[in-house]
Design a protein around this ligand. Structure first.
Ligand SMILES: [Zn+2]
Length: 469
């Protein structure tokens, strides 16, 4: 199939043209509903009014009811520390006998506005400028909620005897790190069980080019302490034979990358798997890299971001410059955070890292290694049936073959979903594009891509109804 194929009128038992027309004719109403969600400043951070989360949960629950969900609940579960989590909306439409169930995930909480002076339009007033809709949550992730609402309405209106089970799970604390998410999944495992989970909280490749996010890097972190002296001593009396702990720590840190700037820890997974790449000039601009700085690592930039490990020192304890004196510092402590390639077991990565650290010659200085964090990477099974069906639906909606994209970061709740529901196929889709500026000032949604995202999900649900998985 060419990369710019025309949508088929009807295929896989789905009337593509009618579904697209139906969504087109309801699009203004969908935008009004999105606008009313954006008007609620539903921020799950502790310093913001939690009443807005209740309001937004109620507004979303009303939309779910209106979309044809016979059962709609607002549920909360405590976090591990005992505090009550934010309200989540769970709505269910049970599957007809023999039909699969699809869980549709999005989140109704948003990031704080940041400095309102940086916004060109009112933060919580969805404002259309050209082909984009500006406002906090207009993309991340209230548009994700509206994709799920509008797609279900379309298939219920147009597909006779639509029998696929559909569950909405709209969480209310994603931007605050989902503190009660794991407990929530475990407490409501029966209600949330599904054959396919569609997470609408990611990005497309570019405006006009859809993507499935098919890999996420994992992560791990360790705290390392280097000690060369029992106590601090005068640098004039002892400096020379004795190297201070910061110098030894720097010597250790310098072994973490090779000459090219790639991570040099033996035994870590590293892949060349991306079929697309970023433009270097654009990447340099987005990252704020200085003109004189040459990028680290080798291979495609996308592989360096998505499919290879990355290692940074994110904190260091030693005296500050303002409080420095002519003293040999006995101990230095630093924290290393690593992003891990898909397919990498984080526990194995920590073992490999510890082995590397312990084998660097630091003249017999004492080195302590403490693992502090580990999170799994995610790799979609591209051969799985839901992936093929979703690729078809995206291509029908956009008229362009979707890109299989990686993400350099982690989405911790995806790992939780695949832990609690190991049998479910997970699809990561989204409405954002590289200009959406989610989390920043002037967040916006591209209206054409938004419409296509609704079309794609409706087409996918209709295809699963007609063909199964
Ligand atoms: Zn989000």
């Amino acid at each position: 199939m060419s990369s710019n194929s025309m949508p088929e009128a009807s295929a896989h038992g789905v009337d593509v043209a009618s579904l697209k027309n139906h969504i087109q004719s309801n699009f203004e109403q969908i935008l009004e509903e999105l606008t009313s969600l954006v008007a609620i400043p539903s921020i799950a951070w502790e310093s913001f009014d939690p009443a807005n989360l209740e309001k937004s949960a109620e507004a979303v629950a009303a939309l779910a009811k209106g979309a044809g969900m016979p059962s709609v609940e607002i549920l909360r579960e405590p976090t591990d520390s005992g505090a009550m989590g934010a309200p989540a909306v769970v709505a269910r439409r049970p599957a007809a006998p023999g039909k699969p169930t699809v869980l549709l995930y999005a989140h109704h909480d948003v990031q704080p506005p940041g400095d309102e002076a940086d916004w060109n339009t009112p933060v919580f007033e969805a404002t259309r400028v050209g082909d984009r809709l500006f406002g906090r949550g207009a993309a991340d992730d209230k548009a994700g909620i509206m994709v799920h609402i509008a797609a279900l309405r379309a298939v219920l209106d147009l597909v006779a005897d639509f029998g696929v089970g559909v569950t909405y799970f709209f969480e209310g604390e994603e931007e605050a790190g989902s503190p009660s998410f794991r407990n929530f999944l475990e407490a409501h495992q029966d209600k949330l069980a599904a054959d396919v989970i569609i997470v609408a909280d990611s990005s497309n490749w570019a405006v006009g080019t859809p993507a499935l996010t098919s890999s996420l890097r994992g992560m791990c972190a360790a705290e390392i302490t280097v000690r060369s002296l029992r106590h601090a001593v005068h640098s004039g009396m002892f400096g020379g034979p004795i190297l201070d702990a910061p110098i030894l720590a720097a010597k250790l840190i310098s072994t973490f990358h090779n000459e090219d700037g790639a991570v040099a820890i033996a035994g870590l997974v590293s892949n060349d798997a991306a079929d697309v790449d970023f433009d270097e000039a654009e990447f340099r601009r987005d990252s704020g890299a200085l003109d004189s700085y040459s990028l680290a690592g080798t291979g495609k930039i996308t592989d360096r971001l998505w499919n290879k490990p990355a290692l940074s020192v994110i904190g260091m304890d030693m005296p500050s410059v303002d409080h420095s004196s002519n003293t040999l510092i006995p101990q230095a402590r630093f924290k290393v955070s690593m992003r891990l390639a898909p397919g990498q077991d984080p526990a194995k990565a920590l073992e490999a890292f510890e082995e590397h650290v312990m084998n660097v010659d630091l003249r017999g200085a004492e080195v302590e290694f403490k693992a502090v964090e580990a999170g799994n990477a995610y790799l979609a099974d591209l051969a799985a049936s839901a992936n093929g069906a979703a690729s078809w639906a995206l291509e029908q909606a956009w008229g362009v073959v979707p890109v299989h994209m990686g993400l350099g970061g982690s989405i911790p709740f995806i790992a939780d979903l695949s832990d609690v529901f190991p049998e479910a196929q997970i699809l990561v889709t989204g409405v954002e594009d590289p200009d959406s500026r989610a989390h920043s000032a002037n967040e916006s949604l591209h209206l054409g891509d938004f419409q296509h995202a609704i079309e794609a999900e409706a087409l996918l649900l209709a295809r699963i109804d007609s063909e199964g998985l």
